[in-house]
Design a protein around this ligand. Structure first.
Ligand SMILES: [Zn+2]
Length: 137
């Protein structure tokens, strides 16, 4: 099994169906369809989890951007865990990487109700709004 982000790197097998790349350290899950996707609790699943049951998650992009911002720079409790600014930057980078050079079906990471296109539009909206908030502070 090869890493879907790195060239010609064989993944290490954790307990099935989980894999880890020895070079980029990304963790994957082998979906029952035979394709690798990000393992749960990775950056993409972090933003997909709260909209898992929404068929039109774009409607919640602004709210989720605000919550992620608050989970990093604010003092109010949100549905997300706390992030350091570096962790939030990493999360944004990983979302942008997947949006700009897709290597997986993000709809397969969780059992999302929304379509692949809708989820990607949600991710793009969320990233845009979050970057805007960070730039304004
Ligand atoms: Zn890798």
């Amino acid at each position: 099994m090869q890493c879907i982000r790195c060239d010609n790197i064989t993944l290490n097998s954790d307990a099935e169906p989980f894999y880890r790349c020895p070079v980029c350290c990304r963790q994957f899950r082998l979906h029952t369809n035979g394709k690798l996707v990000e393992r749960w609790l990775g950056p993409i699943s972090t933003v997909l989890y709260p909209v898992q049951y929404d068929s039109l998650p774009q409607a919640k992009a602004a709210e989720m951007a605000e919550q992620l911002y608050q989970a990093t720079y604010g003092h109010v409790k949100t549905s997300f865990r706390r992030f350091t600014p570096e962790q939030l930057t990493y999360l944004i980078q990983e979302l942008e990487l997947e949006l700009n050079s897709p290597v997986q079906q993000v709809a397969d990471i969780l059992k999302s109700r929304a379509s692949e296109a809708e989820l990607r539009a949600y991710m793009a909206q969320l990233v845009m709004q979050l970057k805007h908030k960070i730039a304004a502070c």
